[in-house]
Every structure is written in structure tokens, then in C-alpha cells.
Design a protein around this ligand. Sequence first.
Ligand code: NAD
Ligand code: TYD
Length: 342
Amino acid sequence: MRLLVTGGAGFIGSNFVRYILRTRPGYSILNLDKLTYAGNLENLSDVESNPHYRFHRGDICDVEAVEALLHEPVDGVVHFAAESHVDRSIADARDFIRTNIQGTHTLLDAARRARVPRFVHVSTDEVYGSLPSGKAAHEEWPLQPNSPYAASKAASDLLVRSFYQTYRFPAIIARASNNYGPRQFPEKLIPLMISNALEGRKLPVYGDGLNERDWVFVEDHCRAIDQVLHSGRPGEIYNIGFGRPVTNLEVVRSVLRILGKPEDMIEFVADRPGHDRRYALDTGKIERELGWRPEVDLEAGLVETVEWYCAHAEWIRKAKSGDYRAYYEKFYLNRSASLAQI
Ligand code: NAD
Ligand code: TYD
């Protein structure tokens, strides 16, 4: 298969690119990424000389660029590119509306015209909003997004749905819960807590810390996307999660315990506006239809994640300072790639 992956320089996208190159010999990937603050090509430094991989810097909102790329035949598109951080969407949602809604539309439209035979849209459990205690959202649960980020993802999901209903464009939606693992930008809960603890800073927990998230290890998510790509039914939605929501406080305490640091490093700070209390997913559909199940439990995944960050202090330093951009300038500036090259 020749795949176009969008957002492959980000956290989940880079793990997915590496997962496919490792597990599917003969597959080729063109990674289309704008390299916003969240795009870090060093995430893929170990595969950049792989002949089955190419990087192309571009914006999914750029109609001409996207159409030009899809001029060459491709067997599938896996769409990760997005603005992804809730707190940034609360500060200013413009980029979220542009990339997550307009960008998804641009990509869908170009892919439809190019008759791309498979399209996986990577979405989130946040589109369901906050779940009451004891409930878990199945795929037909009402969309009740509460942050501008979640609203922009819900809008993109509805566009994907409409392309299937209207044109029978073979798109599939994958809605995952909170991911964690190596190479996550240190603005999200787990890498922020690890890096602050390593630097001797306080760990800011919003509100009472009792909000619940269902953490899925990034590698499990990548394997699920791979299965959705190959065996998912067009027009369908698949939830992907671990199936055990835990409080933020439990997660932060586990991180401190693994690092051997004291709990008084936790500092309770003002709550996030509109902060969703609880996310919980019913993942029965993907288990029944595709046989997918998560393999990494939270404790083992946290140990692996903490160990990765401890071994990559320089990665954290560069991510926090913005120095990681030098990598692009050194190796990629003025270089482009196309599907014909993979
Ligand atoms: P990320 O923020 O780490 O990476 C996003 C990537 O998209 C970056 O490389 C960025 O440069 C690129 N990008 C942004 N705007 C672009 C544009 N206009 N054109 C081309 N590229 C652009 O995000 P992530 O955490 O890896 O999430 C990837 C996807 O998974 C997103 O769609 C997100 O909504 C979804 N998701 C994330 C989580 C999570 O916990 N991180 C959970 C469920 C779903
Ligand atoms: P985050 O990683 O931003 O993911 P999301 O908002 O998409 O779930 O946050 C996860 C949880 O951690 C969420 O309930 C907000 C909370 N949180 C903190 O308590 N402190 C922080 O500094 C951050 C970034 C998040």
C-alpha cells in the first residue's frame, strides 16, 4: 500500500509512521505536515533514510498543494493533522477552525476527486462531551462537545459522515481516548508532569484533580488505526480506548511514584473553563468487528513513558525551547516530496 499520512510529525502520527514501517514491509508513506509548533521531524529521525518514507511540508488547508499531491495514485489516507490542545483552543480557536474543519474538508474533497479508496479520519472521544458516572459512550452517543477543540473535531467528523452519505466516499472515523507515550509534546498532562518533575518544578493539577480520562497507550492506538484502515467498514465509526477511566490525580501520583518524587510537588491550580469531568468509551464494536484489544495497561505504559522521557532530556529541552525547529532547517529546508517517489 502507498499511504498519505497527514500530521505525521506530531505525537500520534510519528508513532503511526514508525509502526507501519516496522510492521508492514513493502508499505510506503508520504508524510504531509505543516510543522506547526507540534510538528517535530526529530520524532522520525530514525526512519528518514528509509526508502519507503518521504516527508513533504505542506498545509492541509492549501487546496492546490493537496490536489497536486493526490494527483499521484494512493491506496489510503490516514488523517492525523490537527490542532490538538484544548487549552490552546480556549485561548484562541481560530487555527482549530481552520485546520480541523477547513483542512479536513480540503483533504476530503481532494481525496474524493482523486477516488482514494480508503480514508481514515482520526478523531477523539472528546466529541461526546462529559459522560455521567457509570456510563460509557458507544459510537451512536450524541455529540456534545464542550471545548472549541472538541467542537472543531465534532464538525470534522460530521463532514466525514456527510462525504460518505452524499458521495459514498469510503471514509471511516476512529475516535480514540486520551493517548500517552513517547514523543508527546510537553503541554499535555503526562509529559508536562514528567518534565516538570524532572526539572524540580511544581505539577499543576486543574481544579480538584478528580476529572477522569481513559488513557490508551499510543502504540495500542496505532495498531487500532492500522486495523481500521485494513478491515474497518466504510462509513462506520470505531471507538478506541483502554476501558478504565482514572482520575488525573491518580495519574499524576503514579508518575511521581515511578520517578521516586514526593507528592508535595503537586500544586492545585485554577480549573480549566468548561473542563469535562469524565470521558469514558464503550469499545465493544472494534473488539467484536476487528478483534482489537488494548495490550498495554496504564501502569506498564506509564513506566515505559517515564523511562523514555528520562532517557531523552535533550528532546524535552528542545521541545520546550523551540530548538527542535533547527532540525528541519538543517535537513529539510527547500526539499519536497511526492507520492511518485515512494
Ligand atoms: P499533535 O498536536 O502532536 O500533532 C499534530 C500534527 O499536525 C503536527 O505535526 C502538526 O504540525 C500537524 N498539523 C497541524 N496543522 C496542520 C495543517 N494545517 N496542515 C498539515 N499539518 C498540520 O497531535 P496528536 O496528539 O498527535 O493528535 C493527532 C490526531 O489525533 C489529532 O487529529 C487529534 O485530534 C487526535 N487525537 C489525539 C489524542 C491525544 O490524546 N493526543 C486523542 C484522540 C485523538
Ligand atoms: P490534556 O492532556 O490537555 O488532554 P485533554 O484535555 O484533551 O483531556 O489534559 C488531560 C487532563 O489533565 C484534563 O482533565 C486536564 C488535566 N490537566 C491538568 O490538570 N493540568 C495540566 O497542566 C494539563 C495540561 C492538563
